[in-house]
Design a protein around this ligand. Structure first.
Ligand SMILES: C[S@@+](CC[C@H](N)C(=O)[O-])C[C@H]1O[C@@H](n2cnc3c(N)ncnc32)[C@H](O)[C@@H]1O
Ligand code: SF4
Length: 370
């Protein structure tokens, strides 16, 4: 299926494999054998071929799953294909998500050789017991070792994902995690509050009453992240994202600002002009469909200008930068008046922005626009 619009500037590639499923995670992934990974890469490159001439990426993001789980020769094939098939002249940021258990010096060097310039590594917690509780396959030592390997290979733009609101995690744990993460001086930190997702190990425990979310503690942990990271020079630019100056993730900002993007692989979403579609979240059917030139789209919708504006406003309210006045004035005047009087948003330099309090309640603020 082709794209009619002008060239798409943001590309996502989904790698649907993980060594094991973490107890909290509902991202689409499976264990996968070596043979299946090979078939998958064949299919992914065929799908890429379909769109290659319509892409001029400024950002690329390989996410998952665990892209770094693919064996080095397969990763090389994917990276080579990108260079061969797609014009990378205006590429500024190329991120690969890594699980610490899968980082090697060989892979880190390979990524660098092909121009990957940003790593996002899932660390989640800096405590072995907690890592075990949440089903991570790596130890704290492995996370530290992988970080050192990435630095030694020359990566100067690294994000670490951290999680809070985890079962058994105390405020002391969390403060300690934040402090130790800051000591490592990554350029970017993402801090995610645990979401209990259906079809996860934690969901079953929650259903049985064995996990009890504590909203007050979650809010206190979130505030601790904002204060501690802010004091250490990380600017919060989105509800879950903090960066050293100039190190914000351009790929994610493009999503949030409503840019067109193309997603390849099973479960990947694409939005181009007034069309949004999602590939089927099933690796076998995806491989089979691409091979036999059948449709691999599982869901498709037409986006009205109103819907796209509403999405932009809602995402904008999750970012410190907010949204330009012309996007929201005249459309949501009543809602904005209410949010202004509750001191959840403010006008600043021609933009409607969440206040620091609004950031704490960003989901509620965003909901006013959809
Ligand atoms: C695709 S994963 C990251 C890369 C790699 N697979 C890893 O786990 O190391 C994206 C991130 O989303 C976060 N995440 C996943 N499921 C979550 C959940 N249920 N609640 C909150 N954050 C979650 C985790 O911090 C995770 O690192
Ligand atoms: S958090 Fe990462 S490693 Fe764990 S299951 Fe999800 S995608 Fe896989």
């Amino acid at each position: 299926m082709g794209i009619r619009s002008s060239k798409v500037e943001h590309l996502y590639g989904h790698m649907p494999f993980c060594a094991a499923k973490c107890h909290y995670c509902a991202f689409y992934s499976e264990a996968g054998s070596a043979a299946k990974m090979e078939d998958y890469v064949d299919a992914l490159l065929l799908e890429l071929g379909e769109f290659a001439t319509q892409l001029a990426p400024k950002t690329i993001f390989f996410g998952g799953g665990t892209p770094s789980l693919l064996p080095a020769p397969l990763l090389r094939r994917v990276l080579e294909a990108l260079h061969e098939k797609v014009s990378l002249r205006q590429l500024g940021e190329w991120t690969i998500e890594c699980n610490p258990s899968t980082v090697s010096t060989e892979k880190a060097k390979l990524f660098r050789e092909f121009g990957v310039n940003r790593i996002s590594m899932g660390v989640q917690a800096l405590d072995d017991e907690l890592l075990k509780t949440i089903g991570r396959v790596h130890s704290l030592k492995a996370a530290m070792g992988s970080y050192a390997k990435l630095r030694a290979a020359g990566f100067d733009n690294i994000n670490l994902d951290l999680m809070f609101g985890l079962p058994g995690q105390t405020m002391d744990h969390w403060r300690n995690t934040l402090e130790r993460a800051i000591e490592l001086q990554p350029e970017h930190l993402s801090t995610y509050c645990l979401i209990l997702e259906e079809d996860t190990g934690f969901w079953s425990l929650f259903q049985k009453g064995l996990i009890k979310p504590d909203e007050d503690q979650e809010l206190a942990m979130y505030q601790a992240a904002i204060d501690t990271l802010g004091a250490a020079g990380y600017r919060q630019y989105e509800i879950s994202n903090f960066a050293q100056p100039g190190r914000e993730c351009a790929h994610n900002i493009a999503y949030w600002e409503g840019e067109n993007y193309l997603g390849l692989g099973p479960s990947a979403c694409s939005t181009v002009d007034n069309r949004r579609w999602q590939n089927i979240p099933d690796t076998d059917r995806y491989i089979e469909g691409v091979r036999n030139r059948k449709s691999i789209v599982g869901f498709e919708e037409v986006l009205t200008p109103d819907l796209r504006a509403a999405e932009r406003a809602a995402f904008g309210m999750r970012m410190n930068a907010g949204v330009p006045a012309e996007l929201v004035r005249g459309r949501w005047d009543e809602e904005i008046a209410e949010l202004l009087s509750a001191e959840l948003v403010q006008w600043r330099n021609g933009r409607l922005r969440p206040t620091p309090r609004g950031i704490l309640f960003a989901d509620e603020v965003a909901a006013q626009f959809v």
